[in-house]
Design a protein around this ligand. Structure first.
Ligand SMILES: *[C@@H]1O[C@H](CO)[C@@H](O)[C@H](O)[C@H]1NC(C)=O
Ligand SMILES: *[C@@H]1O[C@H](CO)[C@@H](O)[C@H](O)[C@H]1NC(C)=O
Ligand SMILES: *[C@@H]1O[C@H](CO)[C@@H](O)[C@H](O)[C@H]1NC(C)=O
Length: 671
């Protein structure tokens, strides 16, 4: 493409202008650990090239034509009107007119503009900056509730175990920073109560973070992201440091805390530096020029490909999905609904004492693991993702695991979806269908009807692939054969399902969508035959999480809660806020590169509506199909209520201890 070479050329003077003698990236080049200040000096040393600014704004604006939620997000209905009111196009116009002292500042403004949507599907990530270095503190926090219901922030009791295991080579800098008697005794901080953070009550810091964290609509859920938590991962439970102890940009240099240690009456002030560690995907560099060349340019997978061009292999931008998704088998595409998280996927494991020790039952497949609790009747499915294993194996294993639980005498089921960021849509439908059995809410559809945006370029994509028979193998999203109408009848190969568009005025803006779509999971998306009877009564099932259950996890939880009456529990969080059991529903998520593939494969790249190729190492996520509501059927489910039936407060005993949490849930829910 001509535009690519033009932009690439204009990068040269930028790199040359950096003087090697004072090269701020040379200071951190080759280092594993650095101070956030030095990392910031490197990242903010790149002047904003107007070609980059134009290119990024052009790509994001044109890609937003395919994001179904744009006009809804200008002002979301209750209960989200306070948290979702972002007019992206107004802000993009403002950013276009603003001058920035660096590309880093431009990145932060654009990324936070997207984050104000509080929609983890629609984000802008530039790998040149995000998680290039990750900013850490060795003291993850939690929010505990005492027996009188009073809440206070604490350093987690397992803090030192986590720090020792994860930061063995970087601990000294923190040990040495502690004052007086505490010097070298980071271990003494574990469990301490935190009375002030930087001189203010802790919730000032929690809410300041919630304001820029993005990802979830509900304030309570964004507050919870500040604190540490666990997730079921492929080989064990993993540990999430929380956004206080782990920042994906080098935002803060240090933190000062007023603490009261366990069993101590005196109050102490400690100041700890944040330390930046090179990100696991950051390519080695020695100076600014190599930093930019290795980390900031478009890479394979940044842009789409023409599926008819056999010389290029398609690649997906999996890096920021919450749990790495395996590549789907060739020739088979499984539809995804997954959150794009700017927190890097980490391999920090939950410390030994907190890992469940009961044997994993038959059917367990790593990221989905089955246990029977000591009471002999409570079965547990810990499910960290809807895409953590092979698609077919996931379905057969989920079935086998439920069968194992029943065979062992389980009469009730806890499904723990803490930090489950979604994945395969049809696996969410499958799990709902097999647990509940066949009934009107599970057959033919166990999920939500959806709609896609019907903009002029999307309509042309469909028409071109029909007219020129461009997609014989059904690889493209817009192929009519991939979808069913609201009566669950498959569209004909030559039926442009985006026309006539369904016109709507949303927040005063005219918009256009496809007709209502039915489901596409049954029968072909189910690769195992579902049994004729369900496994557990809805009253004997409970879904547990920290509220951070997104995308396909939301599709599953919402249909189970609203259609079957299954109870939901949110563990932790402020008791001043009504907690939601999930967020970011979407319907089907995708990204710029995938849309670019649709455009290139239908020969429409030269349309003035088509986004150009991206010249930076970026990803833009979007909601491609939006699910319709269960209660208010004509409105998106996205901005309807998802209040948890039960809020389970965390105590020193329970925090980050899955087995004890499951026991507490059992005692509370299955009396
Ligand atoms: C940004 O401003 C320039 C100059 O006015 C204009 O040509 C361009 O289309 C604008 N870009 C976007 C994405 O609005
Ligand atoms: C605090 O005191 C209790 C009761 O004496 C004791 O069991 C516990 O080990 C002490 N914890 C610490 C960290 O000193
Ligand atoms: C688990 O699998 C083993 C080996 O196939 C089998 O012997 C056992 O009965 C199974 N247990 C349950 C509870 O299904």
């Amino acid at each position: 493409m001509a535009p690519l070479s033009r932009f690439a050329l204009s990068l040269l003077p930028l790199v040359a202008a950096v003087n090697a003698a004072t090269d701020p990236c040379a200071t951190i080049g080759g280092k594993k650990w650095a101070s956030p200040k030095d990392v910031r000096a490197c990242l903010s040393s790149f002047k904003l090239d107007p070609a980059i600014k134009n290119n990024v704004l052009d790509v994001v604006s044109k890609t937003l034509a395919f994001h179904a939620s744009v006009n809804y997000q200008i002002w979301a209905p209750e209960p989200y009107s306070l948290s979702v009111h972002e007019d992206l196009f107004k802000d993009i116009a403002r950013i276009n007119k603003t001058s920035y002292s660096s590309e880093y500042d431009f990145h932060i403004d654009l990324s936070r503009t997207f984050k104000r949507l509080n929609d983890g599907h629609c984000v802008w990530i530039n790998y040149c900056f995000v998680t290039a270095f990750v900013n850490y503190l060795p003291i993850p926090l939690t929010l505990l509730t005492d027996k009188f219901g009073l809440q206070s922030v604490h350093i987690v009791p397992e803090a030192f175990d986590v720090a020792k295991a994860e930061f063995a080579d970087g601990l000294d800098a923190w040990q040495d920073a502690l004052p007086g008697d505490l010097k070298g005794r980071l271990d003494l901080l574990s469990g301490a109560k935190v009375l002030l953070i930087n001189g203010l009550p802790p919730f000032a810091a929690v809410d300041a973070n919630a304001a820029i964290a993005g990802s979830y609509q509900a304030l309570g859920t964004r507050q919870i992201g500040f604190f540490s938590s666990y997730a079921r991962a492929a080989s064990s439970f993993s540990y999430s440091m929380g956004q206080f102890a782990q920042q994906s940009l080098p935002l803060d240099d240090s933190v000062s805390l007023l603490i009261q240690r366990v069993n101590q009456t005196k109050l102490e002030v400690i100041t700890l530096p944040y330390r930046s560690r090179i990100g696991s995907s950051t390519k080695a560099f020695t100076d600014s020029a190599s930093y930019r060349a290795n980390n900031c340019r478009a890479v394979s997978g940044t842009n789409g490909v023409d599926i008819h061009d056999t010389t290029v292999a398609p690649s997906t931008a999996d890096k920021f999905k919450q749990i790495p998704a395996p590549v789907a088998p060739a020739g088979k595409k499984h539809l995804m609904n997954v959150v794009l998280d700017t927190a890097p996927f980490t391999d920090i494991t939950l410390p030994g004492g907190l890992q469940p020790t009961a044997p994993a039952l038959n059917g367990s497949f790593g990221i989905g693991t089955f246990y029977l609790q000591k009471d002999g009747k409570t079965g547990v499915l810990a499910l960290g993702s809807f895409s953590g294993a092979n698609y077919d194996t996931m379905q057969s294993s989920l079935l086998q695991g439920l069968q194992s639980l029943k065979a062992l005498g389980a009469t009730q089921l806890i499904i723990d979806v803490t930090n489950n960021g979604g994945g395969y849509i049809c696996v969410a439908h499958w799990l709902h269908r097999i647990i509940i059995g066949p009934k009107s809410t599970t057959v033919p559809e166990a999920g939500l009807d959806t709609k896609a945006r019907s903009g002029p370029l999307a309509q042309q994509v469909v028409q071109k692939l029909i007219d020129e028979k461009l997609d014989p193998n059904q690889e493209l999203l817009y192929n009519p054969l991939n979808w069913n109408n609201a009566q669950n009848v498959q569209f004909k190969a030559d039926e442009n399902w985006l026309v006539p568009p369904v016109k709507k005025i949303i927040n005063g803006h005219p918009d256009a969508f496809s007709q209502r779509l039915g489901q596409e999971c049954q029968p072909d998306g189910f690769t195992t035959t579902p049994p004729d009877v369900g496994f557990f009564e809805p009253s004997k099932i409970v879904i547990v999480s920290n509220g951070r259950c997104a995308s396909s996890c939301s599709l599953f939880s919402i249909t189970m809660a609203k259609e079957e009456g299954v109870r939901t529990v949110v563990v932790g969080g402020s008791n001043l806020v009504r907690q939601e059991y999930c967020g970011i529903v979407g319907g089907q998520s995708t990204d710029f590169a995938t849309i670019d593939t649709e455009i290139k494969s239908t020969g429409l790249k030269s349309s003035p509506l088509a986004p150009p190729d991206l010249i930076v190492n970026g990803v833009q996520g979007i909601t491609w199909r939006l699910g319709f509501g269960i209660t208010r059927r004509e409105e998106p489910e996205e901005w309807q209520e998802h209040y948890a039936a039960i809020q389970l407060p965390l105590t020193m005993e329970l925090v980050n201890n899955p087995v004890k949490i499951w026991d507490a849930v059992t005692a509370r829910v299955f009396k």
